[in-house]
Every structure is written in structure tokens, then in C-alpha cells.
Write a protein that binds this ligand. Sequence first.
Ligand code: ZN
Length: 181
Amino acid sequence: MAKITTFTDPAMSILPILCYPDPRLHTVAKPVAKVDDRIRQLVQDMYATMYDAQGVGLAATQVNVHERVVVVDVSEGRDEPFALINPELLWASEETQLGEEGCLSVPGIYDGVERSTAIKVKALDENGNERIIEAEGFKAICIQHEMDHLMGKVFVEYLSPLKRNRIKTKLLKQQKQAERA
Ligand code: ZN
């Protein structure tokens, strides 16, 4: 995946990303009351943060803002970002797929998670317009992953307690080492 080099807009800032097992990742986000300039700025900053970290999606929860906002870009060219504000799942297929997932809040860890193959979501865009998004495959996985964050859920919670504890221990150790460095 090509690294994006186009976010030179000075109005965008890269926000710090919370790392698992930070308890703030389990905060349930509140609905956005009004899509205003503050939310538009948050969306721009989240795009910049997602591209900087070479991610395909980011939820506001991960940047310690507990409002229902996610951004996604699963395009090859890394140039088709979109925001989902107050996303609501309208439909999810019974058919599921097992995909390997990673998360910007769980660096270096990838594991299989079973999710619906296709979904239909209603959300507002950054202009406050309602849109219906139908997604399948990787895009559907990504949107489900990000919407989980807004409910305070991190993908490792789908894994066995044994695996989750190993991940927790490993990341805490890494975080301590990083603090010392
Ligand atoms: Zn994530």
C-alpha cells in the first residue's frame, strides 16, 4: 500500500492515538448533536491521522474524542476518504467472513475476526447530509470494526481470553519500553 504524501494542508493536525489496553478505548461514544465546524475539523484531523499512521479506518474514540465519528479509506490509491457521523447499522448479512484484522490502537497485532460479509449503514457526512452506505468485503469489515470502537469495543475482544491477555502483556511491555526510551 502506497504511503500517502498529500496531507500538507496546514489546517490538519495529526492526533495522538490511544493504545490498547488504555481504558479510554472502552468509552461508549455519544451521538454528534450538530455537524458544525468543530466536527468538520475533527474529521479533517482524523483523515490526516489515519493517513499518517497508514491505516484504513479510524474512530474518534481512538483519538480520545467520544463522539460518534469514524473515517474510512479502503481505496488502493488512498484518495477516497469518507466520514460516517452517527452511523447506524440498518442491515447486516447473515453470511459471515473471517478476515484478518489489525488496529491502529493495537500496533503490530493481526488476527482473524468473523464479521458480516455485507452491511447497510445510515450516517451523516461532514456536511450533515444523510447517506446510505452499502458495503461488502473488506470495506464492510472496516466499517464494522470502526463502529465497534464507538461502542467501546476493540477487535481483540473477539479473540480468546488467553490470546487477549498475551496481547495486553506484550503491548504494556512495549509501552513501558517506549516511555523509558
Ligand atoms: Zn481499530
